[in-house]
Design a protein around this ligand. Structure first.
Ligand code: AMP
Length: 406
């Protein structure tokens, strides 16, 4: 259910936002996250991250500023490399924004400075991949200065990179008045504002591969949620810890005691804790593999759980029925394989149909929701993987902390 209620944000936004800056006629360096997936022919396979930055870019253009965009793409490891060039991103952006976008083959240096000095109001430049210089990831001061020299103001709209202490995220903020763009604001408002002050009942659905990757999320959320639903690969460590035979399912044996401790701790707080009651099993995680549906207590050895079954989907769907806020992080099964995707897609539909404020954050869940065809019915889908996870773990994002205080 899309935006069924107003945001219950109690926290005060204490950092400058782009609207606080007088950017008319000024050079604005906007750090965006254009780290989009490319296929083997370097075609963009998913441009949602580019689209998500459009409100900030359009605002800056409408305000008559000179827009300098910078991003990373993959890991070129400090070298110029065609496979990680933002050239195709510039072409896609140009199509989306219906304005000329000038692509520069580097991100610092005299030629870049010269091109910037010739910009007119409303012009857009996209710089080449920041990570073609190793100084970017080292948060090198000279590199931060070289970037800062290009602009009068700095705007961070790269939520997906804001957990990194890099030059274009942190270093540059020491040198220019620095504000948040609309995407960064929205991400924080939902993943921190709503999650910390949810309208109750608040239900968290957690899935994905491993418990170890989500321990801190559970620890942080257990102070806030009314129900926790655990599916995906991580469920089988919890089930094994309860004494069930989980066959060859993904299990982190070194996490068994911790899983038990966490489940008991959550339940002791009066929070309802749900695990799968049935699952789809296969002998290998491959398309075409034979599958069976069994109860969660009956996974034979030689078989692994690859999806939650229909009884689990019903149980989980009923658990979210009365929710007013739902947070979903992590798929319910190996949804990349069609035969193992039903549980994840069915949950996507249940979340989309719920009369609640719904937040999908982190990892592959956004892809699952998009493949299920329900993205439009989700209140907010985060663009960040690691950054979303860190916020959900209750950590501060260096890129947000570094912005200028109001
Ligand atoms: P994460 O990045 O931790 O959210 O994990 C996402 C990955 O978990 C996806 O690629 C899924 O294929 C995988 N996954 C989900 N359920 C299972 C499962 N039952 N067994 C193995 N992997 C799983």
């Amino acid at each position: 259910m899309k935006n069924s209620q107003s945001l219950p944000i109690k926290g005060v936004w204490n950092k400058l936002t782009i609207k606080d800056l007088n950017i008319r006629g000024k050079r604005v360096f906007i750090r965006v996250d254009f780290n989009v997936p490319l296929d083997e022919n370097l075609n963009i396979t998913d441009d949602r991250r580019i689209r998500a930055a459009l409100p900030t870019i359009n605002y800056a253009i409408d305000e008559g500023s000179k827009v300098i965009l910078a991003s990373h793409l993959g890991r070129p490891r400090g070298k110029s490399d065609k496979r990680y060039s933002l050239a195709s991103v510039a072409r896609r952006l140009q199509r989306l924004i219906r304005k000329e976008v000038t692509f520069l083959p580097d991100c610092v240096g005299p030629k870049v400075e010269e091109a910037v000095s010739k910009m007119a109001e409303g012009d857009i430049i996209l710089l080449e991949n920041l990570r073609t210089h190793s100084e970017e990831e080292a948060n090198n001061e000279a590199f931060s200065k070289a970037l800062a020299r290009l602009a009068d103001y700095y705007v961070n709209d790269a939520f997906g990179a804001s957990h990194r202490k890099h030059s274009s995220i942190v270093g540059i903020t020491k040198l220019l008045p620095s504000a948040a763009g609309f995407l960064l604001q929205k991400e924080i408002d939902y993943l921190q504002g709503v999650v910390n002050n949810p309208v109750r009942p608040f239900v968290a659905i957690l899935g994905g591969a491993k418990v170890s990757g989500k321990i801190d999320v559970i620890r942080n959320l257990e102070e806030k949620v009314d129900k926790v639903i655990v599916g995906g690969g991580m469920a089988y460590t919890f089930l094994k810890a309860e004494g069930y035979n989980v066959g060859d399912s993904l299990v982190e044996d070194d996490m068994l005691d911790l899983a038990n401790e966490i489940r008991k701790g959550v339940v002791a707080k009066g929070i309802k804790f749900y695990l799968p009651v049935d699952c789809v099993i296969a002998q290998s995680i491959e398309p075409g593999a034979e599958t069976k549906l069994v109860t969660a207590q009956e996974i034979p050895s030689g078989w692994k759980a690859v999806d939650v079954g229909p009884a689990s989907v019903k149980l989980f769907s009923e658990a979210i029925e009365s929710a007013k806020t739902i947070l979903w992080n992590g798929p319910m099964g190996v949804f990349e394989v069609d035969a193992f995707s039903r549980g994840t897609f069915a949950m996507a539909h249940s979340v989309a149909d719920a009369y609640a404020l719904t937040i999908v954050g982190g990892g592959d869940t956004d892809l699952a929701v998009s493949r299920a065809g329900v993205s439009e019915s989700i209140s907010f889908i985060s663009t960040g993987g690691g950054a979303a996870l860190e916020l959900l773990e209750g950590k501060d994002l260096p890129g947000l902390v570094a912005l200028t205080d109001k």
